[in-house]
Design a protein around this ligand. Structure first.
Ligand SMILES: *Cc1c(COP(=O)(O)O)cnc(C)c1O
Length: 241
């Protein structure tokens, strides 16, 4: 059982590594400048352990309950835990107790809760501002949060300043999920612009988290520093509810 799963994961990882290597080669980027975060949400802790044995260091999770249990069970592995999912305010303090990087800071209400959790745990948590790239958002400033999460680009500077000023948090950069409709290359180019603007005031905020199983090549081409890849490594997930 474990041997067969190990083979599947090894093959999935090799396939994704090949895609990243080709994308870097064709855009003149160094493989070492791109971090692969393997998104293990919905898959068992045993898969994460096998991935660690294959050299994976950065893992992504999307739900606090599942992530906190896995981080506790796998504490011996020295993994870097990335929280990439929609973050509820009442879970933020818990997430800050184990996550090394939170990719989904998209509103100011989260900042105080993350800061409290990080300080209580005596930790420093890297935070990315999640940017909503649905163009409809720009057209209608009164519209709610983006369908796939994220702050409106116009709201990013204030949110970045709040993160940068919070104890226990470090502003590390930007993140986005490409809108379902439209060209991911366009979306990732806009994310790169938002990131560049952020670095005018916050030069250390160098992370650009973009790209998933379906669009990682476009993300590498647009300058992403972090790719969040799940199904292309682990296989298809049961649908989330
Ligand atoms: C699940 C998830 C991913 C990984 O998606 P795949 O298509 O399986 O690669 C990346 N980013 C976020 C925010 C996710 O929730």
């Amino acid at each position: 059982m474990t041997g067969a799963r190990l083979g599947e994961l090894r093959a999935g990882l090799a396939d994704v590594e090949g895609r990243i290597a080709r994308a870097c080669a064709s855009t003149g980027r160094h493989r070492g400048d791109v971090t692969l975060v393997v998104v293990t949400k919905t898959f068992p802790a045993g898969d994460v352990r096998l991935l660690a044995g294959l050299g994976v260091v950065d893992v992504g999770e999307a739900r606090d309950q599942e992530a906190s249990a896995k981080a506790a069970e796998l504490a011996d592995l020295g993994l870097r835990w990335h929280f990439v999912g929609r973050l509820q305010t009442n879970k933020a303090s818990s997430v800050a107790s184990y996550a090394d990087v939170v990719h989904s800071v998209d509103r100011e209400r989260l900042v105080g809760a993350l800061s409290r959790g990080a300080r209580r745990a005596g930790r420093t948590v890297d935070c990315l501002v999640q940017v909503g790239l649905d163009t409809a958002l720009d057209a209608d400033p009164e519209s709610g949060p983006a369908a796939r999460g994220g702050a409106r680009p116009a709201d990013v500077p204030a949110l970045a300043a709040a993160v940068a000023a919070a104890d226990g948090l470090r502003l590390a950069g930007v993140m986005a999920v490409a809108p379902r409709d439209g060209d991911p290359a366009d979306a990732f180019a806009r994310l790169a612009d938002v990131g560049a603007l952020m670095r005018v005031d916050h030069p250390a905020a160098t992370v650009v988290s973009a790209g998933m199983s379906g669009d990682l090549e476009a993300a590498v081409a647009a300058g992403a520093t972090h790719l969040r890849v799940g199904s292309a490594v682990l296989g298809s997930r049961p649908p989330l509810h």
